[in-house]
Design a protein around this ligand. Structure first.
Ligand code: RP5
Ligand code: MG
Ligand code: MG
Length: 279
């Protein structure tokens, strides 16, 4: 497969910054490339130092490749290199240095909850795909407000937060709009979905995400977990409502032709194969 691609998208998201074009054969840091001259970019929102962001390098000396206080700076991809005090993207060059829109130097940890059910007809019978003849899975997908792409309702692991909590919290915020719900309703929803999220789920992926926000010094990593509502009477019965960084939410048929944000399509392929569903 080609090395990270979305991490080399010509224009950096949310900006007018153009990445230094990196051809496939120059992505790997081991390729000597003296002409490489990437632009440095860190979004003003990050420089304002909200709680989810690190200070700029200089007086700031985080512990890379370690759990640094509440912030996990270890990478699922192994030990990453530090050059001039800055961590190097383990997948290679992206054409931009600095942090762009990402808060952390090095790995920025996220969690992706993939909530699925079987597609059924009016009588409740599983529906098979006309071509593959396999049953069709559906997953809860959100339309991201930042770029308008459909995606898994994932989000960043807060400092010190357990990934299992991030999975349920982000799903509740983005697909059930828990942030805007009154406390009583929020408690009810919490109770309804806790059973599904407490089931261990199927770990689909753990590692680097080919996210358009990645830079040479900051990148996304995730743990993607599939929670499957086999009988269709758990989350399937809850009304979906988009919230936080999600503009829309709906059940989407799992199918290779449906374009998704970052490497999310790859995660769904793994789920489809595991559940012997249509892909
Ligand atoms: C992707 O960005 C991850 O796979 C996850 O879905 C998402 C987390 O970022 P935000 O949704 O918080 O922007 O790389
Ligand atoms: Mg979120
Ligand atoms: Mg999100």
């Amino acid at each position: 497969a080609a090395p990270h691609t979305k991490s080399r998208c010509p224009q950096y998201p949310g900006s007018k910054v153009e990445r230094f074009p990196v051809p496939d054969d120059k992505v790997n840091w081991s390729q000597n490339w003296p002409q490489y001259n990437p632009v440095s970019h860190t979004d003003p929102a990050v420089l304002k130092m909200p709680e989810w962001a690190d200070p700029d390098i200089g007086s700031f000396h985080p512990q890379f490749n370690a759990v640094d206080g509440c912030v996990d700076r270890t990478s699922f991809e192994g030990s990453y290199k530090i050059e001039n005090g800055m961590p190097l993207n383990p997948l290679g060059r992206t054409g931009v240095t600095g942090r762009g829109l990402l808060g952390r130097w090095g790995p920025n940890h996220a969690a992706d909850p993939i909530v699925t059910r079987w597609k059924v007809d009016a009588k409740g019978a599983k529906m098979n795909h006309a071509v593959s003849k396999r049953p069709i899975l559906q997953f809860v997908s959100i339309k991201r407000k930042d770029c308008g792409e459909w995606a898994i309702p994932g989000g960043m692991v807060d400092a010190g937060e357990q990934v299992s909590l991030t999975l349920q919290r982000e799903f509740s915020e983005e697909a059930l709009n828990s942030l805007d719900a009154p406390a009583t309703e929020r408690a009810k929803t919490h109770e309804r979905i806790t059973k599904l999220f407490k089931s261990s789920g199927f770990q689909v992926f753990k590692g680097y995400v080919d996210d358009p926000r990645n830079t040479d010094n900051a990148w996304m990593e995730t743990v993607a977990v599939n929670f499957h509502d086999e009988s269709g009477n758990s989350v399937s019965e809850l009304p979906l409502q988009a919230g936080d960084d999600a503009g829309q939410v709906k059940w989407v048929d799992v199918d290779s032709s449906f374009p998704l944000y970052a490497s999310h399509s790859h995660f769904l392929e793994v789920v489809a194969k595991e559940r012997k569903a249509h892909w």
